[in-house]
Design a protein around this ligand. Structure first.
Ligand code: ADP
Ligand code: MG
Length: 238
């Protein structure tokens, strides 16, 4: 059974349809990368999976359960955004534990969960710092840490590295690949960086104008792009 199943999903903002009948199944532990031009609907699709945006029609299910209208906090999903959105007045530990606190998890258990996530991300020595005392890469790691502490089944990443410089992006890309291997969680990752897509993805979904243009492994898309548009996005010479 697909862990995540998207069936006939559409989304309109007013008169404009921005997601047009998307079907996609994502298996347990897969690393699926969404690519496509700016405005093609990548973020909207992720936000609907997370429950941050209503679907206009269609269904989304997780582990066979229909979650189309379920509260975001009940989906077992965590999302990491392009902008870190850390609370500037809170320490790293408080930032990472904030969601747990909102969920009513007691302080001692919170501490334990935050420490464990901090170890996974090599942030143990930064727990008492405020965001402004961290580098860009460390901040993005804290943002990922906030997602990890909840132990989600599915991670959604919306261009998480695009604000980092090139060198840091390469290092963080390797860390995200390691994280995927360590946690074995399902990950859906939006990027416009071809190298990130080719190296991280078990499958790449090419989106165009609110529709799926082609889905396949990086090699399938590279060797057999359906058209010029896909070839352009994957970097193959067709
Ligand atoms: P991407 O992430 O691929 O760049 P988005 O999902 O952000 O694309 O946007 C898809 C389309 O939906 C765009 O045309 C965008 O302008 C539009 N859109 C996104 N969010 C809203 C909103 N809240 N209200 C109206 N239009 C929106
Ligand atoms: Mg976007």
């Amino acid at each position: 059974m697909a862990e995540l199943s998207i069936r006939g999903v559409r989304k309109s903002f007013g008169e404009t349809e921005v997601i047009r009948n998307v079907d996609l199944s994502v298996g347990n532990g897969e690393f699926v990368v969404f690519v496509g031009p700016s405005g093609c609907g990548k973020s909207t699709l992720l936000r609907m999976i997370a429950g941050l945006e209503n679907v206009t029609s269609g269904t989304i299910s997780i582990d066979g359960a229909d979650v189309t209208h379920a509260d975001p906090s009940k989906r077992g999903i965590a999302m990491v955004f392009q902008t870190y959105a850390l609370y500037p007045h809170m320490t790293v530990e408080e930032n990472m534990g904030f969601g747990l606190e909102m969920a009513g998890i007691p302080a001692d258990e919170r501490k334990r969960m935050v420490r464990r996530a901090a170890e996974t991300l090599h942030l143990e020595t930064y727990l008492a710092r405020k965001p402004k005392q961290l580098s860009g890469g460390q901040r993005q790691r804290v943002a990922i840490g906030r997602a990890i502490v909840r132990d989600p089944k599915i991670f959604l990443f919306d261009e998480p590295l695009s604000n980092l410089d090139a060198e840091l992006r390469v290092r963080m890309r390797i860390e995200i690949a390691k994280l995927h291997a360590d946690l074995g969680a399902t990950m859906i990752y939006v990027t416009h960086d071809q190298v990130e897509a080719m190296t991280l993805a078990s499958r790449i979904v090419v989106l165009r104008d609110g529709r799926i243009e082609q889905v396949g492994t990086p090699l399938e898309l590279y060797n057999n792009p359906d058209n010029q548009f896909v070839a352009g996005f994957i970097g193959s010479p067709k």
